[in-house]
Design a protein around this ligand. Sequence first.
Ligand code: NDP
Length: 307
Amino acid sequence: MKATEVDFTLNDGNKIPAVGLGTAFPRENQDLVTDCIITALKSGIRHIDTAWYYGSEPMIGVALQKAFTEGIVKREDIFITTKVWPGRHDDALGSLNDSLEFLQLDYVDLFLQHWPLCFIKDTFTVDERFDPLDTWKEIIEIKKTTKKVKSIGVSNYSIRSLERLFKETDVIPAVNQVELHPRLPQLELVEFCRDHGILMEAFSPLGSGGAPLLKIPLVNELAEKYKATATDILISFHVCKGTVVLPRTQNLERLKQGWEFVKISNEDLAKLNEYGIANHYRYIAAEFGINLGFPDWNDSVDYHTGV
Ligand code: NDP
């Protein structure tokens, strides 16, 4: 069975495919995006994770139109996520409208607050005058008053940020999309979200650019044991835990091959978690995230500008 065939249910009753294709493609490779999305849809990938910030939405929109026109998939059979960037913290609706226009869609299945932060427009500088919870409140309002989003959620929220959200707003996010993989299992956050009915989504499941996690010896031992690929193990690690996973590839052969679902035993899942506790590493360690209250954030050594 392919991992892309598995579905989970969100706390609002909507279904979500367990595997979504990540689309934070390198800016220089954007011309490959349309082909990549068409190939993905033909291969049975039913969930696409994008964001206004990634710059890939116009090419994804072209691919979706082509897929609908050629009968490759129907709109209702696929799941599209987009996000509002902190630089547009006070204009979630404007950002969503732009995304819908780029994607050539009337609605998205999931709309996320990308980071619990407010930036000065076109910078990565946090603007302390604004409250990130106001963006979440606007997202709640969009869900209540329009038909442009089916489900709403957050991304990069720590326990501390979620506790504040619970105290000050009355809608529990359907998902929390954060970095998760065998070097960053974030067990406390995962348990906290599960206890509050929030589905976890794992970004950078391969360790981001260059897929460094494919080299972990334990992952390769498990691949051999389960007669699967190391990528299948890294994807199934999440699906087995009930977490959505968002791998990115622009390699058409990999997209055609897809990802096999591997039923990893609880004992082996625990070994992967233990590996992460001993070999902790955060790949998407945006400097601006340091004050968000992730207990392990300060150990981060590899700074990206954030995607
Ligand atoms: P991933 O962890 O998915 O890794 C992508 C890299 O893995 C690419 O270099 C890709 O290269 C490579 N790769 C994929 N499959 C293989 C394979 N079988 N063998 C060798 N290399 C492989 O990276 P991302 O950081 O992009 O995370 C995934 C998605 O998560 C993003 O695209 C985005 O949608 C989301 N995200 C969300 C964030 C947020 O703040 N909410 C932050 C970061 C990511 P190739 O293309 O050549 O296959």
